[in-house]
Design a binder for this molecule. Structure first.
Ligand SMILES: [Zn+2]
Length: 126
């Protein structure tokens, strides 16, 4: 009887970087990706060891990484507009404006992840 010659399902970043070992890093379109020891769940539901280094966000593939990049750019551009608006406000102490701008900078990572993961939450609630 013939053995079912089923290949190991390698996809996403494992396919793109087949030579990567645990703790290796790769630069994907400006994102620092690390292949970690443990397996995590990507936003799409796939299991992956690849995580974005700065945010520790699991990203399994180019498709999911592109989504992350788009979300990050969108949030950063929007927050830049918000800061511009705050600095254009009259009769507000410049120190207060600076405090608000610093707070926005401090929170931007959290905001990026919240918006990125909002899609996952919506899918799971269906
Ligand atoms: Zn994914």
């Amino acid at each position: 009887m013939m053995e079912n010659n089923k290949e190991v399902n390698v996809s996403g970043f494992d396919k793109l970087y087949p030579d990567a070992e645990t703790w290796d890093m790769r630069n994907y379109k400006g994102l620092a990706l690390m292949k970690e020891k443990w397996t995590y769940e990507c936003i799409c539901g796939n299991k992956t060891k690849w995580c974005e280094f700065d945010f520790e966000e699991p990203l399994c593939s180019e498709e999911c990484a592109k989504k992350f990049i788009r979300t990050k750019m969108y949030v950063l551009m929007t927050l830049k507009q918000v800061k511009k608006l705050i600095f254009s406000m009259k009769n507000i102490d410049p120190a207060i404006k600076a405090t608000i701008a610093n707070e926005i900078n401090r929170q931007n990572g959290k905001i990026i992840l919240k918006i990125f993961r909002a899609n996952l939450k919506q899918k799971k609630e269906v």
